[in-house]
Write a protein that binds this ligand. Structure first.
Ligand SMILES: Nc1ncnc2c1ncn2[C@@H]1O[C@H](COP(=O)(O)OP(=O)(O)OP(=O)(O)O)[C@@H](O)[C@H]1O
Ligand SMILES: O=P(O)(O)OC[C@H]1O[C@H](OP(=O)(O)OP(=O)(O)O)[C@H](O)[C@@H]1O
Ligand SMILES: O=C(O)c1cccnc1
Length: 480
């Protein structure tokens, strides 16, 4: 494995000052429950996609301070020697539950829960959030682009515009989970198995005395994988005619009919229609047309409305940076602590802004599917020891407008949070990236089209059980 896996020191400094404080005040071993959740779907979409758990697992498994780290921390002159000694043997010994990667997720429901001694549970905040936030952001954006492409392959082309190596590599990983067919990023394939591939740059065409020689040479070298970039000089005047010549001269005599051209500038709808006609007239019906150039879900959707004849897309900067909304606002909030006898004491965070009030306690999340048609219709957040009995009618209510109630029958309830670590031990059989990708596609199929539309999507219900709602109200009244 080439990756650098020990990110222990990639924490906000306050995790350490709080840790030292808990250590010095006897709170170190108090068991805490923290939830990761988010408040708004990027781009005002109907759902997000969870990604990044694999890197959370690697992080937790590799948590350890080395001598240099301890030496550095000593130099800050704010940590006790006893705490620094404690850090030498620091390991994660707690429990983690999380939704599997690729799961559609909704605001205000836990997507990961940590139960661990206070110092540990607090310490892992920064890395968990940065990882889940980044990959969920890119997965969510990618899936919009992939849906706009209506089944045509979308390749991730963004490494060169990514905000650093991790953004390129893990962005490529997240984009593959969310439906990209592959990536231009070679290391993302080597590390994570997102298939790498690509076409050619304008420089290849410029390097040769003329365009036809450049195309011919490429076809001779890669007869089974020749996608020629046709916009270096003049798409319809020279690019497409020269591509046709090269295909006919080099590929057809070998019986190869599958090939491609890439359009990377100009009016992609117009050019693709014209190019399609020229290719078909030349008998090259198996030649696919790729398009790239600052694409996103809106341009792709628009291209089809204009009758574009495009078979595949390369999408870079707007995907890898999630340009339209570059922040995924996942947060990490204390939901409960345990007393000496193991009783769970729920904790709430109050805010003037109702959206920022947390849901207390150790919780579970159930996704409810309609048995007729199989689509998901709501998520129900319950206390950790509640079970949803799908054989009985279930009354759901809007937690913000409790008079809005509806009773459901003939449904299936699926628990979303699955055990990842128990007592510090990994208990989750890590799925392969192909399994995660296939799971993601299946789960998105189970969402209603109304939740998936780009503009004004249906507001999917994330409800609280009556018991959980009551506890939240009690705490609100106590603290308010
Ligand atoms: N038919 C179309 N409808 C809507 N948007 C389009 C269409 N064709 C291309 N676009 C988009 O319009 C933008 C064009 O940008 P820009 O003007 O920089 O490109 P260009 O004209 O191809 O020039 P360059 O050669 O500098 O790339 C891109 O985002 C591209 O994806
Ligand atoms: O536009 P994106 O969605 O990021 O797709 C990737 C872009 O990267 C390459 O451009 P290059 O770096 O050669 O620069 P260019 O903008 O001049 O084409 C390629 O030709 C695409 O245009
Ligand atoms: O393979 C390609 O065509 C490619 C790769 C990265 C960026 N732009 C294009």
């Amino acid at each position: 494995m080439k990756e650098h896996l020990n990110y222990t020191m990639l924490c906000d400094f306050y995790e350490l000052t709080m840790g030292n404080g808990y250590f010095e005040t006897g709170l170190a071993d108090q068991i805490c429950y923290f939830d990761v959740f988010f408040r708004n779907v990027p781009d005002e979409g109907g759902f997000a996609i969870a990604a990044g758990l694999e890197q959370v697992i690697d992080y937790v498994e590799n948590l350890a301070f080395d001598d240099e780290d301890i030496q550095y921390l000593r130099g800050k002159n704010c940590f006790s020697e006893a705490f620094l000694t404690y850090l030498k043997d620091f390991r994660f010994t707690g429990d983690i539950w999380a939704v599997p990667e690729g799961t559609p997720i909704f605001p205000r429901e836990p997507i990961l829960t940590v139960r661990a001694p206070a110092i540990q549970a607090q310490f892992i905040e920064t890395f968990l959030l940065l990882t889940l936030n980044h990959q969920s952001l890119i997965a969510t954006k990618t899936n919009r682009i992939v849906r706009a492409a209506q089944g045509r392959p979308v390749s991730e082309f963004g490494s060169r515009r990514a905000q650093g190596p991790d953004a390129a590599l893990l962005g490529a990983r997240a984009s593959y989970i969310a439906g990209c067919s592959g990536t231009a990023c070679t290391l993302a394939d080597e590390l994570y198995g997102s298939p790498a591939g690509g076409t050619m740059a304008h420089s290849w065409v410029q390097m040769f005395p003329d365009e036809l020689t450049a195309f011919r040479t490429y076809c001779q070298l890669y007869p089974h994988n020749a996608t020629l970039l046709v916009d270096t000089y003049n798409v319809l005047g020279s690019g497409v005619p020269n591509a046709i010549k090269a295909f006919k001269e080099v590929l057809l005599p070998q019986g190869i009919t599958s090939c491609g051209i890439r359009l990377d500038s100009g009016d992609l709808a117009y050019l693709s229609r014209k190019a399609r006609k020229m290719l078909d007239d030349a008998g090259l019906t198996g030649c696919r047309i790729f398009a790239s150039n600052a694409l996103d879900e809106y341009i792709i959707r628009d291209l089809f409305l204009q009758g574009a004849q495009i078979d595949a897309f390369g999408v870079g900067e707007r995907l890898i940076t999630s340009r339209s909304e570059p922040v995924f606002g996942g947060v990490y909030k204390l939901a409960a602590v345990e007393d000496k006898d193991g009783n769970i004491i729920p904790k709430i965070k109050i805010s003037e802004n109702p959206a920022k009030i947390t849901t207390p306690h150790f919780k579970k999340v159930y996704r409810l599917f309609d048995n007729e048609g199989g689509k998901a219709f709501a998520d129900l957040v319950t206390l950790h020891d509640e079970t949803v009995d799908a054989s009985k009618p279930l009354e759901l209510f809007d937690p913000d407008a409790t008079w809005k109630r509806k009773t459901f029958t003939n449904f299936t309830a699926q628990e979303l949070l699955v055990p990842i670590f128990q007592g510090g031990r990994l208990v989750y059989p890590r799925p392969s990236i192909q399994e995660i990708r296939a799971y993601c596609a299946r789960q998105i199929e189970l969402q209603w089209d109304e939740v998936k539309r780009f503009e004004n999507p249906h507001n999917y219900y994330v409800d609280l059980s009556q018991k959980l709602w009551d506890i939240k109200q009690e705490l609100l009244e106590e603290q308010g």
